[in-house]
Design a protein around this ligand. Structure first.
Ligand SMILES: Nc1ncnc2c1ncn2[C@@H]1O[C@H](COP(=O)(O)OP(=O)(O)OP(=O)(O)O)[C@@H](O)[C@H]1O
Length: 505
């Protein structure tokens, strides 16, 4: 990775164009409730070209039953890279020298992993599991790149510590969004398929609440969990493990942070506390140390954070209005398997949805403006591939794992307090390129302020987003398709760039 100024000449020169700064409010600001549009399977009315992408199922197998490892070998392009290749490259976050058997997991867990077709641990799994499973239990702060299998690491630890004969909550996982909490429940259930009788409760806002939670594992959002503990619906006296997923985000936000602290104060002091995220900015690590005292730590250097499989681009748009035209044109050009468009504000997301629907596209919108049950419908349709484009806000920036997602669009550059939000950028683009898959991230930028933020992001991570030109759509199409094809064909960054590849994201 390059460490000095790494912006492209065009990104640098583009910054000199002066445009008025825009004022924006956070995606979490209270705004009117939106109607939901979830019908449809494709945004492109008459796609000019078809770019096929991986379509593995959520359990790591494909519709035709082939494994993910095999699926990465896409016959259409004479692919010669496999997941196994990536897992043998010591520089890859998926690398490990051990097998799951070496990690001395129980037979039902090993069988669950086999059913998911997890052949080998990733680096974070290989490193974290011995620390997590060691007795007496020790706290852990675990960081690894997006999409490298942190969930399995903490789930395996939980499953290893559950006493199935005790019908009481013994492990608690807190996540910042209802979608992530529901996803984690799904991972636990599929991994514990051979642990007969294991039950999981999802504690997210829901009008139908039980009077008592007897499930072994509780996964939820902090507000609901705090409330259920306070009302003694969740008995915490038998808790053994507490996990904060996306921990930096949870501890950093005032409301969530307070709720997490209240949960921690209510559970027995000997509970093993484990914190996971792809990002732990320095200012949050201090809180993390207090929340998980004397923790073992697995952290990354800044230049290790980006995922190599995600190729990053930007579109130079003349105005805010042209961003929308570019988005529409782009979706008309390429058939992308599944993609996510991130906006800063809920009303922007709703407006894009409205206009794309009016233009004949079928897209789904998900933001905090929707009711919980509506959100469930939208995300489930997106996961199944029934809805191919999801327009959303930062509410889905973290943790969501949909392996079909080949492209992420930053309709707005992520920002916090008027500055580029580095962590959110990384989490957003990390919705693609999961576990060795290919991904494309596209940034739409239309004024000086946004350009400066993108430049800061590029410098911060030592990456080099490449320009896509709105006056040459054939080239745009060819470039994006080439990235997807070449990467699936196993070419390295170096081969693609004809250079040393050090700047590639
Ligand atoms: N050992 C493994 N072998 C094969 N696939 C795996 C393995 N571990 C995890 N996966 C798959 O990798 C994908 C990403 O995993 P996961 O969602 O846990 O990533 P993460 O590190 O938590 O990402 P994020 O930082 O975005 O939350 C999932 O689809 C999961 O099924």
């Amino acid at each position: 990775m390059a460490s000095e100024s790494t912006t492209t000449p065009s990104l640098e020169s583009r910054i000199t164009r002066d445009s008025p700064a825009k004022d924006g409010t956070d995606a979490t600001s209270a705004e009117p409730k939106a109607s939901t549009s979830v019908e449809g399977t494709d945004t492109s009315s008459e796609p000019k070209a078809s770019t096929s992408v991986d379509v593995p199922a959520e359990d790591g197998t494909t519709d035709d039953g082939r494994s993910l490892g095999n699926r990465l070998e896409e016959p259409e392009y004479d692919v010669n890279v496999t997941l196994a290749d990536l897992q043998h490259d010591p520089n890859n976050p998926l690398f490990s020298i051990k097998s799951f058997e070496d990690l001395k997991l129980s037979q039902p867990i090993l069988e669950g992993l086999l059913r998911l077709n997890f052949q080998k641990p990733s680096k974070i799994q290989e490193r974290a599991l011995p620390l997590l499973l060691h007795n007496p239990p020790t706290n852990l702060i675990g960081q690894s790149q997006s999409g490298t299998g942190k969930t399995a690491a903490f789930v395996i630890n939980i499953l290893s510590r559950i006493d199935l004969s005790l019908q009481q909550p013994q492990a608690l996982v807190l996540a910042p969004s209802r979608e992530l909490a529901r996803q984690i429940v799904g991972v636990i259930e599929s991994m514990a398929v051979k642990m007969e009788g294991l039950k999981v409760f999802c504690a997210v806002p829901d009008p139908a609440r039980p009077s008592r939670v007897n499930q072994h594992i509780v996964v939820g959002t902090p507000g609901t969990v705090v409330d259920m503990i306070r009302r003694r619906i969740i008995n915490v006296s038998n808790m053994k493990v507490l996990v904060l997923d996306e921990a930096d985000n949870m501890l950093d936000q005032q409301g969530l942070g307070d709720q997490c602290k209240r949960v921690k104060l209510s559970i027995p002091s000997h509970v093993q506390v484990t914190l996971f995220s792809a990002t732990f900015p320095d200012e949050v690590l201090g809180f993390a140390d207090i929340f998980a005292p004397k923790a073992n730590k697995i952290t990354l250097k800044r230049d290790e954070l980006t995922v190599d499989g995600i190729k990053q681009f930007f579109f130079d748009c003349e105005s805010e209005e042209e961003k929308y035209d570019v988005l529409l044109k782009f979706y008309g050009l390429l058939t992308i398997s599944s993609s996510i468009v991130f906006c800063k504000r809920r009303d922007t997301a709703m407006e894009i949805e409205r206009r794309m629907v009016a233009d004949g596209h079928q897209v789904a919108h998900l933001s905090g403006a929707l009711e919980g049950s509506e959100r469930d419908v939208v995300i489930d349709r997106f996961r199944s591939g029934a809805a191919k484009v999801l327009i959303t806000t930062n509410v889905l920036a973290r943790g969501i794992d949909v392996s079909l997602v080949t492209m992420v669009v930053n309709y707005d550059i992520p920002e916090a307090n008027g500055k580029a939000d580095f962590e959110t950028y990384l989490h957003r683009i990390g919705r693609t390129g999961r576990f060795g898959r290919v991904g494309v991230a596209i940034n739409l930028v239309s004024d000086k302020r946004q350009w400066l933020m993108l430049r800061d992001i590029a410098e911060h991570f030592g990456i080099k987003p490449e320009p896509l030109k709105t006056d040459d759509w054939d080239n745009v199409e060819e470039t994006v398709k080439r990235v997807i094809k070449s990467r699936r064909a196993g070419k390295t960054t170096k081969q693609l760039q004809g250079g040393d590849g050090a700047d590639d994201a």
